[in-house]
Design a protein around this ligand. Structure first.
Ligand code: NDP
Length: 296
């Protein structure tokens, strides 16, 4: 069997096109331009790349982007004050504070200071609570992108057996909740799970969010299963030259593609969907804040 490749890059473009159309409608019909504020603290190189992409794609979608860089030496109070200022700014509909924050800051405190209706990352406890209880939550971008790809690939997920490997607050737990909301029977696996291979083998849907390169082996995958690989791991690639590296997921892609019905590649799978969903969440937040019924 050779798996269908789920093209996250192409799918994210359709999501971004829909966002751009909604932004045009919000401007033309309601005189509102959605605004997304991104705050980055310190000089973490990976975070700098993510933030540059977010800022670029915000502008491309027709939204207003507000970008704030703060030094790693900033105090927690400086960051909290910036968040409070953005909470009160009517031009800003979505606020994202890029994580991780420098060690001397309490991330939870910073996240809880963001107004829940502007929390486009969906990490505020109000939004996690709403997600858990079936309310109108802002849904974290990465799991939202995963569930959109699964529904696009499989249609109705009702009754399917799903496993989420990883139980972080930003990926694993909300992912499991979204699968439950789609009427899947959900297993959440983690570092203490016994016989992970057998658990994965039983699943029609496998979502891997572990952060360990190619940990999930091809022969663990049930024939015909759908595999969503959230992992982004950089490993040495001496075959490409001295000091070179390449990105791999948490799943052994080549092996899994022999068994899966469909699979996301790394890169080009979940990654591009995450930013597209951030833009989508900003439109959703704008609509909700203005009492407008939006399709996205
Ligand atoms: P965390 O480190 O917060 O969580 C990892 C999870 O994996 C934990 O729940 C941990 O279990 C579990 N785990 C670790 N080792 C094993 C093991 N041997 N067997 C089973 N489970 C294990 O990671 P994140 O959720 O933040 O991220 C996961 C991956 O997704 C990373 O590669 C990250 O880079 C990537 N990512 C990609 C994004 C994208 O846009 N594509 C966005 C966000 C993350 P335990 O709880 O028991 O410790």
């Amino acid at each position: 069997m050779s798996a269908k490749i789920i093209d996250g890059k192409a799918f994210s473009q359709t999501v971004r096109d829909a966002v751009a159309r909604d932004v045009t409608t919000l401007k033309d019909k309601h005189g509102i331009t959605p605004g997304l504020a991104v705050v980055i603290v310190g000089e973490d190189p990976a975070s700098q790349v993510y933030v540059r992409n977010k800022v670029k794609q915000t502008a491309e979608s027709g939204m207003n982007g507000f970008h704030f860089e703060m030094p790693a030496t900033a105090s927690e109070e400086d960051v909290l004050n910036k968040v409070r200022e953005l909470n009160a700014d009517d031009r800003v509909n979505g606020i994202l504070v890029q994580l991780p924050l420098p060690k001397h800051m309490d991330e939870a405190k910073v996240i809880e200071t963001i107004a829940p209706e502007k929390d486009v990352d969906g990490f505020h406890v109000i939004n996690t609570g709403l997600l858990a209880t079936g309310g109108n939550a802002m849904v974290p971008c990465t799991p939202l992108g995963c569930i959109m790809m699964l529904k696009d690939t499989l249609g109705d997920l009702s009754g399917m057996k799903a496993i989420v490997v990883g139980r972080s607050n930003i990926v694993g737990k909300p992912m499991a909740q979204l699968l439950l909301d789609e009427n899947c029977t959900v297993t959440i696996a983690h570092s203490r799970t016994k016989d992970l291979a057998a658990e994965v083998k039983a699943a029609d849907i496998v979502v891997a969010a572990v952060g360990r390169p190619e940990m999930i082996k091809g022969d663990w995958i049930k024939d015909g299963a759908t595999v969503i690989d959230v992992g982004i791991n950089r490993i040495p690639a001496p075959e490409r030259g001295d000091g070179k590296s390449r990105l791999v997921g948490d799943v052994d892609y080549e092996g899994a593609a022999q068994h899966a019905g469909a699979i996301t590649p790394v890169p080009g799978g979940v990654g591009p969907m995450t930013i597209a969903c951030l833009l989508r969440n900003t439109v959703t937040a704008t609509c909700r804040q203005n009492g407008i019924d939006c399709d996205t």
